[in-house]
Design a protein around this ligand. Structure first.
Ligand code: DSN
Length: 426
């Protein structure tokens, strides 16, 4: 068969974009060659509705092996009692949990989208906001951090059936213990979506949600550095509102409900090529190299946040505990939107994403902020000494945003710098 040059030429352009640019989108990363190989493997040909050992199709003996490996490795990585590796994405993982624990119309509570929350945490245009009744908690205007006292007030008033910790643009750690106390007072389920900081949690650099939450969801492609996908996990929390039964009974009962929530609840055939790649990525995440990588992600983010602050940028909450930071442009450049900055930085081969900031007066299409993260550049091998130079590039472009000559000059410097780093540094 003739090779499809039309598509493969585009893929090459994307590979070059990734190689020569500075990738600062906090939710992106670069997978290893073996993760890519597993994703592009023969496992894509296989239908395997069901779970290992209990499939609706014949010929599943090998996909059973890779799925079981993914399950065992993920359990080890987070110290989980039970996991499901089939969700196609983080949003699907959340959808399956909601389907399991909530009835249509039930109230649940999550972080407001404009305060750092996620679309699948109750946005009116997402199934979570269409099928259920979301109420939101917020960050404090002064500190930029979650206000747990106010969260408790809202919980007492609204009596949500489920409280959700987690965000897509929040740079601070979470007080899961406090949230569990709040949930217990009103008999609510506590769920955490750790899509962003999962890798830092797996390596013990942030609080462990599995100790306090009834259920935890995540993606696998952000800090975890695996293929695009989702997961659901349960920890060792046995004192919970699932009913009076033994610890093992709770896990058995809930895991089978969550399994059914994923399949047949919201999905059909699992993506077994992606699950094989998840197994590879979880294996990598159990290594010492990965622990060193994650420590460097955090260090790079700290140094980058300081460099932005030194240049007069307002980093929300004054810094970061994790891999990302949210920058409010309004004090330094009140007339510039996040959209204009994102578009202009792309011309210099620097990729960030515009982001709402807490109490933003602009729309999600314009925004007053930028979200910046270090997982991808750290995979390329960049260290803390490179962070000030990156902030310098960004500041130069933003400070003279219509200067095409300057943008071209910065782009050359960016390409030269990144050309020296391999795609997946060892
Ligand atoms: N998880 C989102 C992000 O943080 O970019 C996209 O859904």
């Amino acid at each position: 068969m003739k090779r499809d040059s039309q598509v493969f030429e585009i893929l090459q352009k994307e590979a070059d974009r990734q190689k020569y640019g500075i990738e600062l989108i906090a939710s992106e990363n670069f997978v290893s060659q073996q993760v890519l190989e597993a994703m592009g493997s023969v496992m894509t040909n296989k239908y395997a509705e069901g779970y290992p050992g209990k499939r609706y199709y014949g010929g599943c003996q090998f996909v059973d092996e890779t799925e079981q490996l993914a399950i065992e490795r993920l359990k080890e990585l987070f110290g989980a009692e039970w996991v499901n590796v089939q969700p196609h994405s983080g949003a699907q993982a959340n959808m399956a949990v909601f389907l399991t624990l909530l009835n249509p119309g039930d109230t649940f509570m999550g972080l407001d989208l404009s305060h750092g929350g996620h679309l699948s945490h109750g946005s009116p245009v997402n199934s979570s906001g269409i099928l259920y009744n979301p109420v939101a908690y917020e960050v404090d205007e002064e500190t930029g951090t979650v206000n747990y006292d106010k969260m408790e007030e809202i919980a007492q008033r609204e009596k949500p059936k489920l409280i959700l910790a987690g965000a897509s643009a929040y740079s601070r750690d979470w007080d899961y213990k406090r949230m569990r106390e709040i949930a217990d007072k009103i008999g609510a389920f506590l769920m955490a979506d750790i899509a962003h900081p999962a890798g830092l949690i797996a390596c013990g650099l942030l609080n462990d949600p599995l100790k306090y939450c009834h259920v935890v969801t995540s993606t696998t492609h952000k800090t975890l550095r695996g293929p695009r996908g989702g997961i659901i996990m349960m920890g060792q929390d046995f004192d919970n509102p699932f009913g009076k039964t033994t610890p093992k009974g709770v896990i058995r009962k809930m895991s089978s409900l969550f399994d059914s929530g994923v399949f047949p609840g919201i999905q059909g055939g699992p993506l077994e090529h992606v699950i094989a790649a998840k197994a590879v990525a979880f294996g990598e995440a159990l290594s010492k190299d990965y622990k060193n990588y994650i420590k460097q992600v955090k260090k790079n983010a700290e140094v980058m946040a300081e460099a932005f602050t030194d240049k007069g940028y307002n980093v929300i909450s004054g810094g970061t505990d994790n891999h990302l930071m949210l920058i409010d442009l309004r004090n330094k450049f009140p007339d510039l939107t996040g959209r204009k900055v994102e578009n202009t930085l792309v011309l210099a081969d620097i990729t960030v994403n515009k982001n709402m900031v807490p109490f933003d007066s602009r729309s999600p299409f314009q925004t007053s902020g930028l979200r910046v993260g270090t997982p991808a550049i750290t995979t390329r091998g960049l260290k803390e000494e490179h962070m000030p130079a990156i902030v310098d590039f960004i500041d130069k472009v933003i400070s003279d945003i219509d200067n095409e000559e300057l943008i071209e000059k910065v782009k050359k410097e960016v390409n030269e710098m990144m050309g020296a780093f391999p795609m997946f540094a060892e």
